[in-house]
Design a protein around this ligand. Structure first.
Ligand code: XIL
Length: 376
């Protein structure tokens, strides 16, 4: 080999792989999906901009690293079914197509949820709650239209989202107020009729809390005893530096798995900012104060180390339960796009995701990729 060939090769070897990386170059490392291979699917939530710009670095990073996707917003009722006689499938179609073109497992989020619900859905023309009969008909029509449009293509659905409270009772949503507990089995039945092959999930946040954990267990038993399909429980996994404990999260993984369903971590992110609320109910917001946005220019090393260490502990926990955890899905690609910048306080600078604002993998992610490269 002459010097002209050797020098660039030596240079590349020195500055790639395990050595300190050059900015913007993670190409020599394997993708995350390689690191998670044989353990679980690794997914992300995608936004409309990313799907409308498939050649931009964001979309390329998504298809390189992830083998599952879920729409962050565009399949929610208010987006996909804004008026009773009008659906808007444009953004959702792009997500499904992108997923298919990249060989990904596409998840639908979500069919029945009290938030981001189209305003007309549970009301009549005079703004009063509709009757049980009308709501049943609307739920059926909505679920069956959306699910059958993507039949065979969307492989699993978050059928009901966030219906249970931490004390184990039902959240007082319009669905519950009008239909009572029946709305959950109904939603699962309608979804199953529309696509008998699709997996069906119950999804919620704060799943480590014992009261909600027990309520979810009761729900699984109830659905199963009625012969209704439920494949998995989605544990959203919105975390921070102190919450939840690994122990309680693990207890819930075990409790759900013991009921014979799969477990999915569906909306994983970890805020690095001071605690405001553990609720992921998107209407539980707080006012902005300077003290609760302490790192507008970047995360101090000490906090970053804590964040990376804790993310790794959770990742390892998921790996230890890979026999029941079939998908680990983060809630967004990079810190710049995370919903946590605007929730529960608008306009903060948070650092909750696997890729930073310059689309570089965080240290714990880089470590996972390096370990995969080394065959560990
Ligand atoms: C969030 C989105 O990330 C935001 O863009 C949107 O403004 C509000 O909803 N639980 C869920 C998700 O199930 O759908 C929510 O997503 C976050 C909490």
């Amino acid at each position: 080999m002459d010097r002209k060939t050797l020098f660039p090769l030596l240079f590349a070897a020195l500055f790639s792989g395990a050595a300190a990386p050059l900015a913007g170059q993670d190409a020599p490392l394997p993708p995350l999906k390689e690191a998670a291979k044989g353990k679980f699917l690794i997914g992300t939530a995608v936004n409309d901009w990313q799907m409308a710009h498939p050649d931009a670095p964001e979309a390329r990073l998504i298809s390189r690293h992830f083998n599952a996707i879920v729409a962050e917003n565009c399949m929610k009722c208010q987006s996909i079914h804004p008026e009773e006689d009008r659906y808007d499938f444009r953004a959702a179609d792009r997500v499904v197509r992108f997923g298919e073109e990249n060989g990904m497992f596409v998840v639908g989020h979500c069919l029945i949820w009290h938030s981001q619900l189209a305003p007309w859905f549970c009301k009549d023309e005079s703004g009063q709650p509709v009757s049980a009969e009308v709501l049943r008909r609307r739920m059926k029509e909505h679920i069956q239209t959306v699910v059958s449009r993507y039949r065979g293509r969307v492989k699993g659905w978050d059928v009901v989202n966030e219906a249970l409270l931490e004390d184990g009772s039902y959240r007082r949503t319009p669905f519950y107020e009008i239909l009572g507990e029946e709305f959950i089995p109904l939603a699962f039945r309608y979804a199953h009729e529309a696509d008998p092959e699709a997996e069906l999930y119950y999804n919620d946040y704060g799943m480590d809390v014992p009261g909600r954990r027990d309520a979810v267990v009761r729900l699984i038993r109830q659905l199963k005893s009625q012969g209704i399909r439920i494949d998995a429980v989605g544990m959203q996994g919105h975390m921070d530096l102190d919450y939840p404990t690994l122990e309680r999260f693990e207890q819930s993984i075990r409790a759900f798995a013991a009921e014979g369903v799969k477990v999915m971590v569906t909306e994983w992110d970890m805020s690095a900012l001071p605690f405001v609320t553990h609720s992921a109910n998107i209407s539980d917001t707080a006012a902005y104060r300077r003290g609760i946005d302490p790192y507008p220019d970047g995360l101090p090393d000490s906090v970053s180390r804590r964040w990376n260490g804790r993310m790794r502990q959770f990742y390892d926990l998921f790996v230890r339960h890979a026999d029941v955890i079939t998908r680990v899905n983060v809630w967004g690609l990079s810190d710049k796009d995370s919903w946590k910048n605007n929730f529960p306080v608008h306009g903060r600078h948070d650092y909750p995701l696997l890729f930073d604002r310059s689309l570089q993998p965080k240290p714990f992610v880089r470590r996972l990729l390096e370990e995969a490269a080394a065959g560990k």
